[in-house]
Design a protein around this ligand. Structure first.
Ligand SMILES: C[S@@+](CC[C@H](N)C(=O)[O-])C[C@H]1O[C@@H](n2cnc3c(N)ncnc32)[C@H](O)[C@@H]1O
Length: 295
């Protein structure tokens, strides 16, 4: 609520400043597209009015309508009272400017694999030579869609166990008009893909270990448990992926996998596998690349 001795917010800048103050006071947790109160507040007020989210400055003096003011006030209070991540409140998340529909059926898009696809930092020569891609554990479909944009001649299969997540992925694929290149499959990891082989398998599977699950901040508890929990050491799904990937990789194919803080247990479990660790500006040792021939 606006405090008694402050005038009520009138401009978008007023709502932004109110949100920053309230978010800081409430000690929210971040990590669903932003990392701090200022960026979170900017995203919330801009997306609520469907303005471009990359810069706030041009809009600071904009005067929202009474209905928009009521919506902004409700969103700010809901972010605090429910500890609901902003993308779930707004129904949208972005990766490198690409917009995805999102709701509580799927994890909020934030994978470092997305950065690598968009920035072209994977150890792949000519992107147009990549023809068959698999996105395992696709959730909202965000990585399948970024892969389709990165590899212009690729056909992409995308798999998830959750019917709800796949319904959302279907909506995202349709919005990005990629229905002719992305095929969605429901099933347990590779089971719907008998006999198919890929140049690239990418996956951001569930990888939170039991300790991490016990300590999740409230914001993360709004996300599906199926998207996060991966047993005692966080490797339950990754072990199965490593075991089955060779049967689904084409000659010279490779597996790209995000695993959070699982690097140490993984290297202990597979001391002979030559994982190549790929870093981004925001991550170190959280994504590995391994050639099919080395598996
Ligand atoms: C960490 S989320 C990743 C979603 C999406 N790729 C992203 O980066 O935002 C993991 C996804 O794996 C799915 N999943 C969990 N277990 C699975 C299984 N055994 N087979 C297929 N998908 C599974 C969950 O439903 C969830 O959508």
């Amino acid at each position: 609520m606006p405090s008694a001795n402050r005038p009520p917010p009138v401009t978008l800048g007023d709502f932004f400043r109110l949100a920053v103050r309230r978010f800081r006071a409430a000690r929210l947790a971040y990590g669903h597209g932003t990392t701090n109160a200022v960026d979170e507040a900017a995203f919330l007020v801009l997306e609520a009015l469907r303005l471009p989210i990359h810069t706030l400055d041009p809009w600071l003096d904009l005067k929202p309508t009474p209905a928009e003011r009521a919506r902004l006030a409700t969103l700010i209070e809901a972010r605090i009272a429910l500890r609901m991540p902003a993308p779930y409140l707004l129904g949208a998340a972005y990766m490198h400017g690409v917009r995805f529909h999102i709701d509580r059926r799927a994890l909020i898009p934030r994978s470092f694999i997305g950065d690598m696809l968009v920035q072209g930092s994977l150890p792949i020569g000519d992107p147009s030579k990549v023809r068959r891609v698999l996105d395992l554990c696709t959730g909202s479909g965000c990585l399948a869609i970024l892969a389709a944009l990165t590899f212009p001649r690729a056909k992409i299969d995308a798999v998830d166990l959750s019917a709800g997540a796949l319904a959302l992925a279907r909506r995202n694929v349709a919005t990005h008009r990629l229905g002719d290149r992305i095929t969605l499959h429901r099933g347990d990891l590779f089971t719907p893909l008998a006999g198919r082989r890929y140049d690239l398998i990418l996956t951001n599977p569930p990888y939170v270990d039991a300790k991490g699950m016990a300590k999740l901040p409230p914001e993360y508890r709004h996300e599906p448990r199926l998207a996060l929990a991966a047993g005692d050491d966080g490797l339950d799904l990754i072990r199965r992926i490593l075991a089955d990937a060779p049967r689904h990789l084409a000659k010279n194919g490779a597996l790209l996998c995000e695993l959070g803080r699982g690097r140490r247990p993984l290297e202990r479990a597979y001391p002979r596998l030559p994982f190549l660790w790929l870093d981004t500006e925001q991550s170190q040792g959280e994504v590995f690349w391994i050639a099919g021939n080395d598996l």
